[in-house]
Design a protein around this ligand. Structure first.
Ligand code: TYM
Length: 348
């Protein structure tokens, strides 16, 4: 057992470790480098000091058009990639959202304290529904953030490690928790988003003004964690860069090279300044070749590990069942309290 956080400064030891929770949708055949740096890396790091809950939001994935056979396969890939990214099933509860019915049960209750206008202001819904048109957007896509709030609140999570694009959803979650607590008495922990600024938004390599996204029309600028070494290297080498030739971090004037610098820095744990210095006087090309090799190595090793894990579905099933059991033990306690506070007659 690794040493847990030292509590003596805080006076009394808490009854439990603080909790961390996060999820990543299985809506593509693979997660990408943005998911890894924006979220998974933090997930792995936080396992030491927090009681950790990480999950695959398959219920969220059905809010857009999908194929059931593909979803099932993507759910396994998601689990394998989360483990390959460092989620340790021995230290974290790793589970599938639909295995824990308390998420949807709480979502219904939270729907009652969510304003229609408030839900309408969610920018991710606006973006996604604009893309597909109001008539083909589902009601599920609209209520999606309420389910996300339930995902977080059902575990009384203290921290939610996510990328920048999820900040507004965590803010909504905080508002719903506070509102419920105010109306019905202290029930929920009010969670905080955990967003690491340097990697909060990784951009598409072909369009450095758009975030790297699994749903991008072309994956030429998206480094998928299932890419081969060669594919990854080529994507980085052909990344769009800016006018000028200097390897210098300036997200406004040089969004392309700045994005690549962020990735370089995150992969090597070196500061952007030290990398700028190393490439002083050199062309973009040198820098992109070096970064291409680094990314290729990373993705290659990641892919090998993922394939190993996917080869043993029985083991993945066992890990997910164990995770769901740990999750339900916590979720059922919160739901009971919420139903009590809500004024429901409890069955005897
Ligand atoms: P999702 O599945 O879109 O993304 C998973 C995580 O990856 C982060 N991310 C990025 N970070 C940096 N740069 C990028 N280009 C990038 N793209 C994605 C996301 O911010 C996220 O942290 N609604 C969530 C899933 C979810 C969830 C939850 C998260 C459902 N319930 C409860 C936290 C807590 C989503 O769609 O993330």
């Amino acid at each position: 057992m690794r040493r847990r956080r030292d509590w003596h400064n805080a006076g009394m030891p808490p009854e439990r470790l603080p909790r961390v929770l996060s999820g990543a949708q299985p809506t593509a055949d693979s997660y990408h480098l943005g998911n890894y740096f924006g979220a998974f890396r933090q997930w792995a790091a936080l396992q030491d000091d927090f009681e950790a809950f990480y999950f695959i939001p398959d219920l969220h994935a059905i809010t857009v058009e999908y194929d059931p056979v593909v979803l099932r396969e993507r759910t396994y890939i998601a689990a394998a990639q989360m483990i390959a990214a460092g989620v340790d099933p021995a230290r974290s509860a790793l589970f599938v959202q639909s295995h824990v019915p308390e998420h949807t049960q709480l979502a219904w209750v939270l729907g009652g304290v969510t304003g229609f206008g408030e839900a309408s202001r969610m920018t991710q819904f606006k973006d996604k529904s604009q893309k597909s048109g109001a008539d083909s957007s589902s009601v599920g896509l609209f209520t999606y953030p309420i389910l996300m709030a339930a995902d977080i609140l059902i575990y009384q999570a203290d921290r939610v490690p996510v990328g920048e694009d999820q900040r507004q959803h965590v803010e909504l979650t905080r508002n719903l928790a506070q509102r419920f607590n105010h109306r019905f008495g202290e029930t929920f922990t009010v969670p905080e988003a955990h967003i690491v600024k340097a990697t909060a938004k990784i951009y598409d390599l072909q369009d450095p003004t758009a975030k790297m996204s699994g749903s991008a029309a072309t994956h030429a600028g998206v480094v998928d964690l299932t890419d081969t070494r060669n594919q990854a290297m080529k994507k980085v080498r052909s990344a769009v860069t800016d006018s000028g030739a200097e390897v210098h971090f300036d997200p406004v004037v040089k969004p392309g090279i700045s994005n690549l610098l962020s990735i370089y820095s995150a992969l090597t744990d070196r500061t952007v300044e030290s990398i700028e210095k190393e490439y002083e006087g050199l062309q973009y090309g040198h820098f992109k070749v070096a970064l291409g090799d680094l990314v290729a190595d990373f993705v290659g090793t990641f892919g090998d590990r993922t394939r190993e894990l996917l080869d043993d579905r029985g083991e993945l099933d066992r890990i997910l069942a164990d995770g769901a059991e740990k999750a339900r033990a916590v979720a059922s306690v919160t739901l009971e309290l919420v139903y009590e506070r809500s004024g429901f007659v409890r069955h005897v």
